[in-house]
Design a protein around this ligand. Structure first.
Ligand SMILES: N[C@@H](CCC(=O)N[C@@H](CS)C(=O)NCC(=O)O)C(=O)O
Length: 178
């Protein structure tokens, strides 16, 4: 656990682990990995297949990678814009000590509105998929763990999660999955 505001992620000791100065990073088998999507795919294929939490190679695996990459490159990108456009100190906002802090003024409603509209469109895509299946790959998987964490952050920022009922019902299923 590192304290971003205290500068832990920018310390030389951590940058030797992840030169991007960002969490998470994973040490496994003497190697270091960074980027949460890559970490998830590695953990999934190494430990998840036998446990029924990650699909074996094939089309189901391809759909897992689709959602994971989408979460990092598309949904996560829009969430990051909303976070940067929130007043410092508001739930989910970029912390003042973060490399991503750009000090956007509290009145920057246009930037915030654009991010919210983009998130609404992206959550509609998830809502469509989840209206047809209980979980993103059909059965519960690490993909749901990953995406539900991201959607939780979007919700905490006041993102338009509640406008998408199938996403809301899926979040409850994920939270209560035993
Ligand atoms: N694309 C990266 C993003 C990681 C990221 O931005 N992590 C944030 C915390 S959620 C961080 O470490 N920020 C460091 C900072 O703000 O200085 C991933 O998914 O692993």
């Amino acid at each position: 656990m590192l304290d971003i505001d205290a500068g832990d992620t920018r310390a030389a000791a951590f940058k030797a682990i992840n030169p991007n100065g960002r969490v998470p990073a994973l040490a496994h088998d003497g190697e270091v990995l960074w980027e949460s999507a890559a970490i998830l795919m590695h953990l999934g294929e190494t430990f998840g297949v036998d446990r029924g939490l990650y699909p074996p190679p094939g089309m189901a695996r391809a759909h897992a990678m689709k959602w994971i990459v989408w979460s990092a490159a598309t949904l996560g990108e829009a969430a990051g814009r909303l976070s940067a456009a929130l007043p410092a100190g508001q739930a989910g906002a970029v912390q003042a000590g973060s490399v991503d802090f750009i000090g956007v003024a509290e009145h920057d409603a246009e930037r915030r509105g654009r991010a919210l509209a983009d998130l609404d469109g992206l959550l509609a895509i998830m809502n469509g998929a989840l209206a047809e299946a209980d979980y993103l790959l059909g059965a519960y998987s690490l993909v749901d763990v990953h995406l539900s964490g991201l959607v939780g952050w979007i919700d905490a920022m006041g993102g338009p999660v509640n406008r998408h009922p199938a996403v809301g019902a899926w979040r409850v299923r994920c939270a209560t999955h035993g």
